[in-house]
Design a protein around this ligand. Structure first.
Ligand SMILES: C[S@@+](CC[C@H](N)C(=O)[O-])C[C@H]1O[C@@H](n2cnc3c(N)ncnc32)[C@H](O)[C@@H]1O
Length: 221
């Protein structure tokens, strides 16, 4: 679940801890795209293509959760709807502190919820505002790392115990770690080998007995 990140579950929902964002982003030496920049249009097409495939593997009555920011909502919403999913909710992650800038400084992120049928939730305790502080630069392994606390709250509501979470843009593996910690299964896809290795390392550190198993990267194919 990013202004470009997403998170999804199969036996549950699909999610993206944020699709990639439009524009160039780097984390250390690792860039998100081999091309220079991804335009808003390119990002919208990528997310729609991913959601069409996510819907194919999602269980009925589950949620796709897509992290984004307010600028991208009018672009992403039609693309998500045209993937065959139904708009269900807009969740706000209140970061509890302001980012850089002037005037109304950014202090929240949006999570769009699209559903595959009439959603069945795992609990009645969910709310559409989640308050949690962001991961600071000193704490993070990825430039866009999401707090485990936010992902855990989304998973608690959207995914039944024992269900599976799919993050097709898993970065440092936060969604996968949160899912495992909450008793769900987890599948991650990550294009950058260095980030995939970070996800595996975080998994073995934070979940010593349930480390993620790896597959081949596109390069090794
Ligand atoms: C917003 S970040 C996700 C960060 C993650 N939520 C975390 O907490 O670490 C998006 C990730 O998607 C990856 N990505 C970009 N395009 C991709 C693609 N076509 N397939 C798989 N992963 C991709 C990037 O390398 C990046 O790590």
């Amino acid at each position: 679940m990013a202004a470009g990140s997403s998170f999804a579950t199969t036996a549950g929902s699909a999610g993206s801890s944020g699709p990639p964002t439009a524009g160039r982003m780097a984390s250390g030496d690792v860039e998100w795209f081999s091309a220079d920049n991804m335009t808003t249009g390119g990002l919208v097409w990528l997310i729609r293509a991913v959601l069409v495939e996510a819907r194919r593997v999602m269980r009925p009555n589950r949620s796709a959760l897509v992290f984004t920011d307010w600028r991208m909502v009018p672009h992403l919403a039609p693309a998500l709807e045209s993937s065959g999913l139904r708009c269900r909710n807009m969740i706000v992650w209140d970061k509890m502190s302001a980012g850089l800038g002037m005037g109304f400084k950014p202090s929240h992120e949006i999570i769009l919820e699209y559903t595959n049928g009439v959603t069945e939730y795992a609990t009645k305790d969910g709310q559409n505002v989640i308050r949690a502080r962001r991961v600071t630069s000193g704490e993070r392994d990825h430039a866009c790392q999401k707090p485990l606390e936010v992902l855990a709250k989304l998973i608690d509501v959207a995914v039944p115990e024992g269900g599976a979470v799919l993050d097709p843009f898993c970065g440092s593996g936060s969604t996968l770690v949160a899912a495992k910690q909450r008793g769900r299964r987890a599948i991650g896809i990550e294009i950058a080998e260095a980030h995939a290795e970070t996800a595996a390392r975080r998994s073995s550190t934070l979940l010593p007995n349930t480390a993620l198993t790896g597959g081949l990267t596109a390069k090794e194919d």
